[in-house]
Design a protein around this ligand. Structure first.
Ligand SMILES: C[S@@+](CC[C@H](N)C(=O)[O-])C[C@H]1O[C@@H](n2cnc3c(N)ncnc32)[C@H](O)[C@@H]1O
Length: 247
């Protein structure tokens, strides 16, 4: 169930439990008295109790925004790196789930394009290699993200997966990572292939083979930004850096 607030400030309650949206109840201007009598396990309603303004956004978007607001702020360690791997939480996930109102569980909070562009990369200005993971949808935007960061695009790495998904189009069986540089910093090894064949694991988890390649080509100090597991030779930055080491 979720709430929607109209332009005049009146709330209405909708049920989406069967995957379709059904209008349930008119709640007037103050939804709070009703929230307590409703399904306690519903994360969206819990979120709305704390931040009623989120009702303006509707169900899934409200929950995503709630998770963003609750997320602990992470500080940079002030270090500058010669190699940066960055795998941003592109806003696609939010859009995908918005068309599946029955799914209440987000894997992680997402960032807007503006936030990603404004993210301060901890580059060593003398020279830095940057690897930016993107999705099929955000590939064109990833080039403008590089521009915002002052990184010169050089080439595109392609992860060739063993499986893919078919969003009413081709089977999306590849994922891509832009490689670029700032300053002058040579590659440790020349002639490595741009394609990486590796199996898919959990949602959005990047293959160990990619990190092997980066270790061969790009020097320390290295950092993995928005990391969800430790990789040898990389510092980590992210809000769930031990996700895949907790069993
Ligand atoms: C695309 S996933 C990274 C996947 C990871 N590279 C892997 O291979 O498993 C994006 C990550 O960024 C995290 N995240 C989202 N917003 C963040 C923020 N503002 N600060 C830190 N981490 C954030 C998410 O929780 C998620 O863990």
């Amino acid at each position: 169930m979720y709430l929607l607030k109209d332009k005049r400030g009146y709330y209405r309650l909708f049920d989406t439990s069967d995957g379709k949206t059904h209008y349930l109840k008119y709640l007037g201007k103050d939804p709070k008295p009703y929230l307590d009598t409703l399904d306690k396990g519903n994360e969206i309603l819990e979120a709305l109790k704390e931040y009623p303004d989120l009702a303006l956004k509707g169900g899934q978007a409200a929950l995503a925004e709630y998770k963003r607001r609750k997320m602990p702020r992470i500080k940079s360690n002030g270090k500058q790196y010669q190699t940066i791997v960055i795998d941003p939480p592109w806003p696609m996930e939010k859009i995908t789930r918005d068309v599946r109102p029955n799914q209440f569980d987000f894997d992680y909070p997402v960032m807007s394009i503006e936030e990603i562009k404004n993210f301060k990369l901890p580059v060593n200005p003398e020279g830095c290699h940057v690897y930016l993971w993107t999705t099929q949808k955000f590939l064109p935007i990833a080039f403008s993200v590089f521009e915002s960061w002052g990184i010169k695009y050089e080439c595109l790495l392609t992860w060739v997966k063993n499986v893919g998904f078919t969003p009413f189009s081709f089977m999306y069986s590849t994922e891509h990572c832009l490689f670029g540089r700032c300053g002058s910093l040579s590659l440790l090894k020349l002639g490595k292939r741009l394609d990486i064949a590796a199996k898919v694991r959990q949602h959005s988890r990047k293959p160990a083979e990619f990190y092997d390649l980066v270790r061969e080509v790009s020097p320390e100090p290295r950092v993995d930004i928005f990391s969800r597991e430790p990789h040898e030779g990389f510092d980590q930055y992210g809000n769930e850096t031990a996700k895949f080491t907790e069993g």
